[in-house]
Design a protein around this ligand. Structure first.
Ligand code: LLP
Length: 433
């Protein structure tokens, strides 16, 4: 599609800038992604359905590798299944995992352990043992207790390669639930309080651990490059005297979800961050790495729902109820995140009707779009799509009310492949004993 112009009128047809990069409109008005008719996919595979544009995913991975160079990792928490792990690995990214489950998934996908970085503020001994015996590239140490555990597990001479996660004391403009760089945080060790220094001494003195570098992550869905630059300065000042080889700036780049929003590109983010670090004195030999998650996957996907019930509450509002909800997209409920909605069977339709798009769960908070602009022709049985659902949608999905999780399909070159099948009622009972 042509390069986007930023729209601010919410009634306009869904802007191309919020759709995956191979999105086009067919002659019949249907949305096509990866050469596949989205309406036909919904008919064939059912709804709700997550549709990922494989070319978009690959393009963002390549952009990240080109911008940061070797060492950049995909933060798999944003969206992980075996196909996604393989795709990121094929495109040259490392895989950042934040739990034993994410580690097991990427290893099961065939990603070599030396391409994996393990995170977590409370890694268990089992998770650490799994990572050490697999031989992951880095463990990002997040507490003194974790240092004790690694030493007990690995023993003298093991030289487990780690980064130390520090908190730079920078508060960024984003939802407080996804701020991580401030002093009052469960993550990392504070530079300002001296806690980071204490951990550094422990790591330097350890014969089980080899300290490779420093890590920081200031938050997620951050648009303001100034926040990254401020964190870069604090980090650089802390990092330079240590004489280490590697500095990871985490992830956090924001993406546009709704009409009128604009976010820096991965390239702009990388260039700005690297320039800020280098100009503050971080030597050219130091490897600067990052872990983007959302900015790789968010805009690559859309969710397609079917409208099942429309309720007019006289004098108040119209409720459009779809066949998913907070179980496949908890972000509006958790963070008040905004989305857009459109008709994938009539992409060019003007969205002049206001309605509240809700899910099928048994609580009033189950809202996907509190004030959606939708085409007036949307009725019972219509499809309704929400773009930019590729990050923290499926990965945070639940089976609340025993609603099965949707299928996930990758589309490319006219071929759709289901990469995660739809959950069944049997699956839902499969853990019960
Ligand atoms: N690295 C670390 C250490 C992180 O904690 C995170 C995200 C990332 C990288 C990737 O950040 P990204 O590039 O995706 O912003 N569920 C929330 C987001 C939580 C982010 C957690 N950490 C949401 O839906 O907005």
């Amino acid at each position: 599609m042509a390069s986007p112009s930023i729209q601010t009128d919410p009634t306009v047809p869904i802007p191309e800038s919020l759709l995956p990069m191979t999105a086009t409109v067919r002659a019949d008005g249907h949305l096509e992604v990866g050469g596949c008719d989205v309406v036909a996919l919904a008919e064939e595979l059912g709804t709700p359905l997550f549709i990922y544009d494989e070319e978009h995913l690959r393009a963002r991975c390549r952009e990240a590798v080109a911008a940061f160079g070797d060492g950049v990792a995909y933060a798999s928490k944003a969206f992980l299944c075996k196909a996604m792990a393989r795709l990121a690995h094929e495109e040259g990214l490392y895989l950042d995992v934040a739990s034993g489950g994410e580690l097991a998934t990427v290893l099961a996908a065939g990603v070599p352990a030396d391409r994996v970085v393990l995170h977590g503020n409370n890694k268990s001994s089992d998770e650490l043992a799994m990572a050490i015996s697999a031989g992951v590239r880095r463990i990002v140490v997040d507490s003194l207790d974790e240092i004790d555990r690694i030493e007990q597990l690995a023993g003298p001479g093991a030289d487990v390669p780690v980064l130390l996660r520090v908190t730079p004391g920078v508060e960024v403009h984003t939802h407080e639930f996804v701020q991580t760089g401030q002093e009052d945080s469960k993550f990392g060790l504070s530079i300002a309080s001296g806690a980071a220094e204490v951990a550094l001494e422990r790591l330097r003195a350890s014969s089980a651990i080899e300290l490779k570098g420093i890590h920081a992550h200031i938050g997620s869905q951050v648009f303001d490059t100034g926040s990254f630059a401020r964190a870069a300065e604090v980090l650089a000042d802390f990092f330079i005297p240590l004489g280490l080889d590697e500095l990871c700036v985490g992830g956090g780049l924001g993406v546009a979800y709704v009409v009128g929003e604009e976010a820096p590109s991965l390239t702009e983010w990388a260039e700005g961050t690297i320039a800020a670090l280098r100009s503050r004195g971080v030597a050219p030999e130091v490897t600067i790495t990052a872990e983007p998650g959302r900015s790789i996957v968010a805009q690559a996907a859309l969710t397609v729902y079917r409208v099942g019930t429309i309720k007019e509450v006289a004098g108040i509002r119209t409720y459009l109820a779809v066949d998913g909800g907070m179980s496949d997209n908890p972000r509006p409920v958790l963070y008040g995140s905004g989305y857009e909605a459109f008709d994938p069977a009539d992409v060019r339709a003007v969205r002049s009707r206001v309605a509240r798009v809700v899910g099928k769960h048994c609580e009033s908070g189950d809202v996907i779009l509190p004030e959606a602009q939708v085409p007036p022709a949307i009725g019972v049985g219509s499809l309704l799509a929400t773009p930019v659902t590729g990050a923290y949608g499926y990965s945070m999905a639940s089976t609340y009310n025993k609603v099965p999780r949707p299928a996930v399909v990758f589309v490319a070159d006219g071929i759709a492949r289901v990469v995660v099948r739809r959950e069944t009622y049997e699956d839902l009972a499969s853990l019960d004993v």
